[in-house]
Design a protein around this ligand. Structure first.
Ligand code: FES
Length: 160
């Protein structure tokens, strides 16, 4: 086999493995706005990647940073927290708390050697179905480019 053929077959292998990667993304969505926004996206039959697993929480401020870290070290490739826009939180300051925590989460991810881009905090209201679909599409694509979470092989191995 010539070096050119080897190079081509090597590239094909790389392409195939990259194509095969389907990220698993968790989204914590607040009950009052973002979950309803996700629901609206579904009812409106808007297309977005099926890589998403939605966890409904009462408020984005309920999502402790440890939950994000747990997810990213135990099989998830990306974590999204979606809440009401600032000023719209049904528990007044929950989304402000979530916003403050997001910088702490970024630091924790750095400590664990996890790319910060695997975590995102977004505001999506109940009437923003198209925005929900867009946020999810962009985030899944960004995570896909990053590849699997560095903890994924260990997490998978622990389940064998
Ligand atoms: Fe939606 Fe607090 S209730 S972010």
């Amino acid at each position: 086999m010539s070096s050119n053929e080897q190079s081509q077959s090597g590239n094909q292998g790389e392409t195939a493995s990259t194509d095969a990667f389907e990220p698993l993304v968790l989204a914590f969505c607040c009950n009052w706005c973002s979950y309803a926004g996700a629901d609206l996206a579904g009812i409106s039959r808007l297309q977005y990647p099926t890589n998403l697993r939605i966890i409904r929480v009462m408020c984005s401020g309920m999502v402790h940073p440890n939950l994000v870290l747990d997810a990213l070290t135990k099989g998830a490739d990306g974590v999204l927290i979606c809440g009401c826009h600032i000023g719209d939180c049904h528990y007044l300051q929950g989304n402000v708390t979530a916003e403050k925590r997001s910088s702490a989460i970024a630091l924790m991810l750095q400590d664990f050697g996890i790319e910060e881009q695997r975590f995102r905090l977004e505001w999506v209201s109940a009437s923003e179905g198209p925005r929900f679909a867009q946020v999810v599409t962009e985030f899944v694509e960004a995570v896909r480019k990053l590849g699997p979470s560095p903890y994924k092989p260990q997490a998978q191995a622990s389940y064998v």
